[in-house]
Design a protein around this ligand. Structure first.
Ligand SMILES: Nc1ncnc2c1ncn2[C@@H]1O[C@H](COP(=O)(O)OP(=O)(O)OP(=O)(O)O)[C@@H](O)[C@H]1O
Ligand SMILES: [Mg+2]
Length: 253
């Protein structure tokens, strides 16, 4: 089973404690949300899972393999991709080429140059890109340049790049940030379809509580690097410590 198992994770940056003994499991096939106030350690946890940060203590296993012994590209090869809180698109490339940046690790590991020069390889890659664009409902955008595209399209491109490598687990850092209500609903639908139709486990960080409550199987609440609560949406929503520290009035949403 490709479960993600995080145990007793400690990560500090000099004197700043970002994660203070965080433990939880994400089961294969779950939509699992990580929530908490600004600076509570959510993105740091993502960075630990995908290998950008090396925690001082604790363990992270995925499908039985120790991720802390691996580099970010090896973790991607094991089937964990991610999106970023701050969009990481390349402005002067087409949307399709931006998406294909996420495919390079899996298509033809042994002959990178071949990919650049053969039409066949390009065709295979483009077909995969178009499939994902179709899945996300933006198939007419493939030849448009990234620069100047609406924010919603930029966010979808970021998601498409994470999906094209056919990951087993995708980490999504604030996919609905900056989106209007309609776009947020569209993101909720897409996340559900990523799990239901593509069979990908989703670990998502989000501040939009109605989105989190509507899509999550389970939710983990972080506060200053500590876990306040883990459980199903109703349990978490009604947890007194959570209401006090984070949800406030929006717990009734
Ligand atoms: N590379 C770094 N160097 C120093 N401090 C860092 C670094 N990365 C994160 N931190 C600190 O660790 C703490 C947790 O940050 P993190 O970005 O994980 O929070 P977050 O929960 O993702 O917040 P937000 O909701 O604002 O994105 C913060 O105090 C932050 O300033
Ligand atoms: Mg963050």
């Amino acid at each position: 089973m490709a479960d993600l198992q995080i145990k007793n994770l400690h990560m500090h940056f000099s004197g700043v404690v970002a994660l203070n003994g965080v433990s939880f499991d994400v089961k294969e096939g779950e939509i699992f949300s990580l929530i908490g106030p600004n600076g509570s350690g959510k993105s740091t946890l993502f960075n630990c899972v995908n290998g950008f940060n090396k925690p001082q203590d604790g363990s992270i296993f995925f499908g039985g393999e120790n991720l802390l012994k691996k580099q970010p590209h090896q973790i991607l090869n094991k089937g964990i991709s991610r999106t970023f809180q701050n969009i990481q698109n390349v402005p002067y490339m087409t949307i399709l080429d931006n998406i294909l940046l996420g495919a390079h690790h899996r298509i033809d590991n042994k002959s990178t140059m071949k990919r650049l020069f053969t039409k066949e390889q390009r065709f295979v890659e483009e077909s995969m890109g178009l499939e994902i664009l179709d899945f996300l409902g933006i198939v007419n955008y493939e030849q448009k340049y990234m620069i100047g595209q609406p924010y919603g399209i930029q966010k979808l491109t970021e998601i498409a790049r994470a999906l094209i490598g056919k990951p087993k687990l995708v980490l999504m850092d604030e996919p609905a940030a900056g989106m209007n209500d309609q776009e947020t609903q569209e993101i909720a639908k897409i996340i559900t379809e990523i799990r239901d139709d593509l069979g990908i486990t989703v670990l998502v960080v989000e501040h939009d509580m109605s989105l989190v409550m509507s899509i999550s199987d389970r939710i983990c609440v972080l506060d200053s690097g500590n876990i306040l609560a883990i459980g199903e949406p109703e349990e978490v929503k009604n947890h007194p410590d959570v209401i006090k520290a984070f949800l406030g009035d929006s717990a009734d949403a």
